[in-house]
Each structure stands twice: as structure tokens, then as C-alpha cells.
Design a protein around this ligand. Sequence first.
Ligand SMILES: O=c1ccn([C@H]2C[C@H](O)[C@@H](COP(=O)(O)O)O2)c(=O)[nH]1
Ligand SMILES: [Zn+2]
Length: 160
Amino acid sequence: MNGTGDRNSKRTDFLEWQEYFMAVAFLAAKRSKDPCTQVGACIVNDDNVIVGIGYNGMPKGCDDDAFSWAKKSQNRRDNKHLYEVFFLVCHAELNAILNKNCSDIKGCTIYVALFPCNECAKVIIQSGIKEVVYMSDKHAHKCNTIASKKMLNAANVKYR
Ligand SMILES: O=c1ccn([C@H]2C[C@H](O)[C@@H](COP(=O)(O)O)O2)c(=O)[nH]1
Ligand SMILES: [Zn+2]
């Protein structure tokens, strides 16, 4: 339909590219087992072709049921964020980059549900991605997000 019910003319209520790619990122996030924060990422090239998708999950071979998803376990080694700094979980952006279906993602854009952390910013920069489009910046006040923005700025990776 075209938004007015007219079946003889082009639809007008279709998803714009950006809405579509962000929706794909959110769909990928639905695969995450993280009880608190589900993150999806979708990498797109200049031809509007999706070249990588990922979500936050335990590394391959690390059983979702054997590794802890807790944030504040008494034994800090059982937390998904070991010692608040190192992560057990593979982040959505890392997975999307590792899952790329082409040899090179230089110049691509990554759509993410959550602003990338410092670790993801490093991988984004090194992969040659030139732009980050994000939905939530709920950790903007945290050191890792501030460091992430500092690195992205220095490397001339745009974000919006
Ligand atoms: O750049 C990022 C930052 C975080 N994530 C994932 C990693 C975790 O599974 C959650 C964050 O958990 P909280 O309980 O909100 O601390 O988000 C990511 O994929 N990419
Ligand atoms: Zn990250």
C-alpha cells in the first residue's frame, strides 16, 4: 500500500534506508541472551548493502548457560564484566566486524543500538569504518564512552 490505500501507485510509507538498517540492528539484538542490555550492530557499505551483522553474546564454544550473565556476583570473576574493565561478552560491534561477508569494510557505516564502548571504538577505527549511527547513548557519562568518543574524534570517525 502507499499509505493512502491506493494500489495503483508507489508506496510512500516504506522504510527509509537508515530506518531499515537500524531496524536490522535491533532485530539482531533480539538474539542476545544478556538479561540487561541487548545490542545489535549492522554494517553497511556505500551501495547500501549489508556486509556484517552481530549482537552481544558469549564467545563461540562458551556455553550461554555455563558462563555467568550476572553484573554484581560476589565472585567478581563470575561477572560478565570482569573487574568492570574486561568483558566476557563479545560485543555486538566486534561480532558484526568479525562476521563481515566481504574482504574489506573500509568506508562503511555501522548502525548500533548503543554507543560503542572504548574497546569497540578501537576495532571500528582499525577496520576502517567511517561512520557510527547509534540509537542510545545511555552510558555517555561513563569513562569508557568518553574515551570512545575521544578516539573516534581523533581518528575522524563520524558519529550521529
Ligand atoms: O559497545 C558495546 C557495549 C556494550 N555491549 C554489550 C555488552 C553487554 O552484554 C551489554 C552491557 O551490559 P550492561 O548490563 O548494560 O552493563 O552490552 C555491546 O555489545 N557493545
Ligand atoms: Zn563494546
